[in-house]
Each structure stands twice: as structure tokens, then as C-alpha cells.
Design a protein around this ligand. Structure first.
Ligand SMILES: [Ca+2]
Ligand SMILES: [Ca+2]
Length: 193
């Protein structure tokens, strides 16, 4: 009878220890889960904040890039307009310089010619059709010449003046004269570099 009671006491003690141990383990697991969840929430919150900062920085960078692209486009347009304007000005200056050089050369030739011949022939004539002046050497309207007739000319004096010469003493104006008279001649040529 005494031995049976002892077994019951021992059996009761083991079961109690098992319950206490189980309760403690459950508490530990619950605490671990709470701490884990707390840590996870904190990390998630930090990541959300970090992502938000990155998105803000990304938006700011996009705005800066858009501004730079707009600035580059405006600068490119301005530079192209500037280059076009400068090119036009330089071409105009070059044309003016070329014309001035041609005029100077023409004046120099005429000045040198004054002392050599009294008559300087051009290629202008109306030998084929009286009163209709043309160039003998080029297919170009006679009216496009830079010179002009002297006052009262051409007069086809005595019906025999069919060739045009230059009056050097009258500013390079033209007069019609007999083609048979001896004289110098004037040729037009293109100036080259
Ligand atoms: Ca004539
Ligand atoms: Ca004449």
C-alpha cells in the first residue's frame, strides 16, 4: 500500500514539471515572435522611408535633366542663329571687299591707260543692227554694263560709228566711233584669289 502512494506522488511531480516547462517555452516563443515582429516592422519602416527618399531624389534628378535638355536646346538654337547671322555678315563683307577690289583694279587700269592711247575700245558694237548694241565676245545684254554713254552718245555721227569706246577723260563714259580707228582695248576678267 505504501509503495503505490509513492508512485502517485512521483507521477504528479513529473507532470507538473512538464506543464511548467511547456508554459515557459511558450512564453519564450511568444516573446521571440514579438521581438522578431518588432524588428521586422522597424526594418520595413526604415526601408519605406529610404525608398521614399530615393523616389524624391529620382524626381529631382529627372527635373534637373529636363531643365538641362531644355537649356541645351535653347543654346543650340541660339548658336545656330548666331552662326547664320555671322556667316551672312562675313559673306556681305567679303562681297563688298571683292567689289571694292574690282573697282580699284578697274580704276587703276583706266588711270594707266590714259597716258597710252586716246581711244580705248570695248567689245560693244551695233554693226549688225544699227542702234541695237551688243557685246562681240559675250552673250550678255548690253544694258548690264557698269559704264554709261557720254551725253548725246551714241549719235552714229556721219552714219559710220558702230563701235563703243571709253572716254577716259570723262569718267569712263562711252562714245560710239568708227571701228577703223586704232586704239587700245579693254578686256573684262574675273578676279581670282
Ligand atoms: Ca552705229
Ligand atoms: Ca559718237
Amino acid at each position: 500500500m505504501q509503495a503505490f502512494v509513492f508512485l502517485i506522488i512521483v507521477g504528479t511531480s513529473i507532470a507538473q514539471e512538464q506543464r511548467e516547462c511547456c508554459t515557459a517555452a511558450t512564453a519564450i516563443v511568444r516573446e521571440f515572435n514579438r521581438l522578431h515582429q518588432q524588428s521586422f516592422d522597424r526594418v520595413t519602416q526604415n526601408m519605406d522611408q529610404h525608398v521614399q527618399v530615393l523616389e524624391t531624389q529620382n524626381l529631382a534628378l529627372k527635373n534637373q535633366i529636363n531643365n538641362m535638355e531644355r537649356l541645351i536646346a535653347q543654346t543650340e538654337t541660339h548658336l545656330l542663329a548666331e552662326i547664320s547671322e555671322r556667316t551672312s555678315e562675313m559673306q556681305s563683307a567679303l562681297d563688298q571687299l571683292t567689289r571694292r577690289e574690282a573697282d580699284n583694279r578697274r580704276q587703276q587700269i583706266l588711270a594707266n591707260a590714259r597716258s597710252r592711247y586716246r581711244i580705248w575700245w570695248t567689245a560693244g558694237n551695233d554693226r549688225d543692227n544699227e542702234g541695237v548694241w551688243e557685246w562681240a565676245d559675250v552673250d550678255r545684254p548690253f544694258s548690264s554694263i557698269p559704264g554709261r554713254w557720254y551725253d548725246g552718245e551714241p549719235n552714229d555721227a556721219e552714219g559710220g560709228e558702230d563701235c563703243a569706246h571709253v572716254y577716259l577723260h570723262e569718267g569712263g563714259t562711252l562714245n560710239d566711233r568708227s571701228c577703223n580707228e586704232a586704239g587700245g582695248f579693254i578686256c573684262e576678267f574675273e578676279l581670282t584669289d
